[in-house]
Design a protein around this ligand. Structure first.
Ligand code: GAP
Length: 514
């Protein structure tokens, strides 16, 4: 685990050193849990967003996009339940004066039991070798059985406390489990309190009678309140979806792990409107479609798992997380939620407007049910970055740091390099750049040794380096170096476009999804 934490630290400094992610307001000592994306980060982020947007709007003829405002009428947040129920249970340690989310402390305790179980199993597997029967060992080994029983009991108690909103019980669990503050090491805890996560601000001058508005904590409500506008103007029929990418804001108290939990972040959300009674069928379908979208990137199928919710949000009748194996464990990257007709019904009630859908096939009107897929751009970015980072020992004794980014997501697709800065090689290299730049993000680099230039491109995940040498001037061929294998092949300049396009285009990725 400590080793994984070291790797994570390296990834965070790499992200800064190579222009992916900077701490916001850094020269003023930073603003906690707020980050800026640099020159490479913004390209990677845009490519992730494009992949999502195209997968939604190009591959599904019944999904369209919108871009709604961040500010919305404050009653929307009353109707959605966010004013009353968008809370985190917080607990303070009196000695360290540090504040924690009570639910997160307990989840970490659950993860500790899991770690103990896996350690026992791994030890036994080593001891017994080939003859090891893992399933039997898990069922019969007394130590494993004891850990499993404790974990299951804790899990059940925790789920009940969360469902009942029982803050006293959450504190009692923390005390009974002997959970200590990681800073002070003590169990000197305060009571658990609820804390609303929405940021408030004022709209209009006080003289006019200003109004308290919220920075939206999710983009979804912008979709709900526009659903009928889109349905009518787009002549959409159920089932249909509305997709949106945009900023969301949450006053996260425990903001940790770099861009995993931020106060300002970006979401890619899609609400899929369906007939009542059909929602669970669509929920299963969207679970599969969304997992396929992740897996098509080739980051490793074993890095994903579903985690079904024990505590359903106030609006849901089924919910699951798609978790990704980060260096700090399996963590939620995306949620798929069956939100029933809760939000639309609430907006109908609070606005007093009829927002029912008229179903021409059934010849009746009803409030549609909704399946939501909601993914954080920044978490997706983090999962791509973490799984792509590698420190590779080379046969010549050197180490290279390489980002094996999915080629379609890489910020720069190819770098063109004259072998030397003379003999007309830079001119030829520029000529190639000037041709490729219309289709691919292309870098020109003539500084330092060719080895150093390769390393620089490896570090930002550029899939191809094109080297122009003296032979190029004779036969119009260049070397095409591949990032992952470092293999170099001699190819004709005329073939570059086709070769690169076949590998880096989003099209190839989208085709995997059918
Ligand atoms: N509309 C439903 C909704 O917002 P959520 O599970 O609260 O559901 C959806 O958030 C996704 O947004 C999460 O899976 C995560 O990827 C991202 N997200 C939520 N809070 C975040 C935060 N503080 N920082 C970064 N990403 C966050």
């Amino acid at each position: 685990m400590a080793q994984q934490e070291d790797v994570f630290k390296k990834i965070v400094s790499h992200a800064k050193e190579y222009g992916f992610v900077f701490q916001s307001s850094e020269i003023y000592d930073g603003l906690a849990a707020v980050y800026d994306y640099g020159q490479n980060g913004v390209e990677l982020k845009n490519n992730i967003k494009r992949y999502w947007w195209d997968a939604m709007t190009l591959l599904h003829e019944n999904i369209v996009g919108i871009d709604s405002a961040i500010f919305m009428h404050p009653t929307i947040w009353k109707a959605s339940g966010h004013v009353d129920a968008f809370n985190d249970p917080l607990i303070d340690n009196r000695d360290s004066k540090k504040r924690y989310r009570a639910d997160v402390l307990i989840e970490e305790q659950l993860a500790k039991y899991d770690e103990k179980i896996e350690k026992e199993v791994a030890k036994a597997a080593k001891r017994f070798g080939e003859s090891f029967d893992e399933a039997l060992y898990r069922q019969t080994n007394p130590r494993v059985c004891d850990h499993v029983a404790r974990r299951d009991a804790l899990h059940e108690r925790f789920a009940k406390a969360m469902n009942d909103n029982d803050l006293e019980e959450l504190k009692q669990i923390i005390l009974d489990e002997g959970i200590v503050c990681p800073i002070s090491g003590t169990k000197n805890w305060t009571d658990v309190r609820q804390f609303n996560l929405m940021f408030k601000t004022e709209m209009g001058s006080t003289a006019d009678g200003s109004m308290t508005v919220y920075l939206r904590p999710e983009t979804a409500q912008g979709i709900f309140v526009n659903y009928l506008n889109v349905q009518k103007t787009g002549r959409m029929r159920l089932p249909f979806g509305i997709a949106q990418i945009g900023k969301a804001f949450r006053n996260e108290i425990v903001a940790r792990q770099f861009i995993f939990r931020m106060r300002e972040f970006e979401q890619m959300e899609m609400q899929f409107f369906v007939r009542p009674g059909e929602e669970l069928k669509w929920f299963d379908q969207w679970k599969q479609w969304r997992l396929a979208w992740h897996k098509a990137l080739g980051l490793g199928d074993e890095k994903y798992r579903f985690h079904d919710h024990d505590k359903l949000a106030h609006y849901a009748n089924a919910a699951t997380d798609i978790e990704f194996k980060m260096p700090f464990g399996f963590k939620e990257v995306e949620g798929v939620h069956s939100r029933t007709n809760f939000d639309l019904s609430q907006h109908e009630k609070f606005s007093g407007k009829n927002i029912k859908y008229f179903d021409p096939e059934l010849n009746e009107s009803y409030v549609p049910y909704v399946i939501e897929t909601s993914i954080g751009v920044d978490r997706m970015f983090l999962s791509v970055l973490c799984s792509s980072y590698e420190e590779q020992a080379l046969p010549n004794g050197e180490t290279r740091v390489v980002l094996h980014l999915p080629e379609a997501l890489a910020p720069v697709k190819c770098a063109v390099m004259p072998l030397v800065k003379k003999d007309g090689l830079p001119d030829k290299a520029r000529e190639i750049v000037n041709d490729l730049k219309f289709d691919f993000a292309t870098h020109y680099d003539e500084k330092d040794s060719i080895g150093k230039r390769y390393r620089r491109q490896d570090a930002i995940g550029t899939p191809f380096c094109i080297t122009v040498d003296h032979q190029t001037l004779e036969d119009n061929t260049v070397t095409l170096r591949e990032r992952d294998s470092m293999e170099q092949t001699r190819v004709n300049v005329a073939d570059l476009h086709r070769l690169i396009h076949g590998r880096v285009s989003l099209n190839a990725l989208l085709r995997k999804l059918g």
